[in-house]
Design a protein around this ligand. Structure first.
Ligand SMILES: Nc1nc2c(ncn2[C@@H]2O[C@H](COP(=O)(O)OP(=O)(O)OP(=O)(O)O)[C@@H](O)[C@H]2O)c(=O)[nH]1
Length: 233
C-alpha cells in the first residue's frame, strides 16, 4: 500500500470539488484554529492531495458533522483534534470548515478529513453540496435541547436526500432511529476519540474489504464503552 501525506486543512463554501474560498472564517475568526488553512480540491483515497504536513496516511475519508446549530459540532471536533474544550461564548460556524486527523487503525494510517458544517438553516444550501462526497456522517443533537432531538428526523431526511446511500452514519447523543449511537461530551472528552475512531475503523474495513476481518460498528462502540467503564445502557 502506498503511503500518502496528509493535507493540512481546507475549507470551501460552494462545493467540495469546486474548491472556492471558505465563508466560515469570517464568522468564526475567534475559533479558526491554527490547524485550519485554505486549499483547493478534495482529498480522496484515489486522489491524494499534495501536502505540507508531516503526517503520512494510507487511506483517506471525508467525515461530515451535521446537526442543529449549537449542538456542539465544532467543540467535538476540536476536542477530538486538539484534546481541548472550546470554552467561552458561542460563535456559530459560517458555511463550512474542516480539520484533518490521521488515526492508526490496526496498523493502517487512516486520514479523516472532518468537515464541520454550520447548523444554521441559512447555510443549508452550502452544506448540501458536501453530502455527496462524504464517506461518513456524524449527526449530533444536544441532550439538553429537546428541539435539537426533535429535528433529528428532519436531518435524517436531509441525509437520505443528499448523501450516498452507503454512507456510514452515526448518531451522537441519541438512542433511537436505528443507527449506531453514543453520547459524547466535548467538555469532558467523553467518547470524542471513540466516535471518530469507530467511524475510521468502519471506513477502513469497508475500503480494504478483508474477508477475514469482521467489524461491526455498534458492537465495537459498545465494547469500547464497556472497556472504558462506561455505565450507560
Ligand atoms: N457543557 C457543554 N457545553 C458544550 C459541549 N459542547 C459544546 N458546548 C457548548 O455549546 C455551544 C455550541 O457549541 P458549538 O460546538 O459551537 O456548536 P455547533 O454545533 O458547532 O454550532 P454551529 O456552528 O452554529 O452549527 C458552545 O457554547 C459550547 O461551549 C459539551 O459537551 N458540554
Amino acid at each position: 500500500m502506498s503511503r500518502k501525506k496528509a493535507a493540512k486543512g481546507k475549507a470551501s463554501t460552494s462545493s467540495p470539488s469546486a474548491g472556492s474560498p471558505t465563508g466560515k472564517g469570517a464568522g468564526r475568526t475567534a475559533r479558526s484554529s491554527p490547524g485550519i488553512v485554505q486549499m483547493n480540491g478534495v482529498v480522496h483515497p484515489s486522489r491524494p492531495s499534495v501536502s505540507n504536513s508531516s503526517e503520512f496516511y494510507d487511506i483517506a475519508f471525508k467525515v461530515m458533522l451535521v446537526g442543529d446549530s449549537g449542538v456542539g459540532k465544532t467543540c467535538l471536533l476540536v476536542r477530538f483534534k486538539d484534546g481541548a474544550f472550546l470554552a467561552g461564548s458561542f460563535i456559530s460556524t459560517v458555511g463550512i470548515d474542516f480539520r484533518n486527523k490521521v488515526l492508526n487503525i490496526d496498523g493502517v494510517n487512516v486520514k479523516l478529513q472532518i468537515w464541520d458544517t454550520a447548523g444554521q438553516e441559512r447555510f443549508r444550501s452550502v452544506t448540501h453540496a458536501y453530502y455527496r462526497d462524504a464517506h461518513a456522517l456524524l449527526l449530533l443533537y444536544d441532550v439538553t435541547n429537546r428541539t435539537s432531538f426533535d429535528n433529528i428526523k428532519a436531518w435524517l431526511t436531509e441525509i437520505h436526500g443528499y448523501a450516498q446511500q452507503d454512507v456510514v452514519l452515526m448518531l451522537l447523543g441519541n438512542k433511537e432511529f436505528g443507527v449506531p449511537f453514543m453520547e459524547t461530551s466535548a467538555r469532558s472528552g467523553l467518547n470524542a476519540e471513540l466516535a471518530f475512531t469507530a467511524v475510521a475503523k468502519e471506513l477502513k474495513h469497508r475500503s480494504i474489504k478483508d474477508p477475514s476481518e469482521k467489524f461491526k460498528l455498534q458492537e465495537y462502540v459498545n465494547t469500547e464503552m464497556k472497556d472504558a467503564g462506561c455505565c450507560r445502557s
